[in-house]
Write a protein of this length. Sequence first.
Length: 127
Amino acid sequence: MSQTRTLPIDCPVSLSRQGFLTLIKIFHMYAYDTVSAAVNGLKNRGYNMDFNLKDNCLICHEDKFDVNDFEIMEVYRFEGNSDPADEAVVYAIESNKGQKGILVNGYGPTSDTMSSEMAKKLHVHRN
């Protein structure tokens, strides 16, 4: 018999242990003031690969990751105070094989070109 936990808020929801841990993981967000702080914080948490965007996939050294080969775990958006070149999005990414890394991409006028499938996957996680 699985244990259930009740959320510590006024909400009539009961969760299994796994569901409770998943919910805690979802709401445990980090906050970073700069792109470099986000990159360093993610690297400290095991996101060690450096991904680059290439049309319809992510590239890291010789490895290629198509849209269905990875999931976006966390997203951090940074806006420049006066310079649009300072606008960036930092993605924490995990491949289907458990490889973890970071993609830093501009948005707006500084964003890289990409396929519509990749744009859709990245856009879902920007908001």
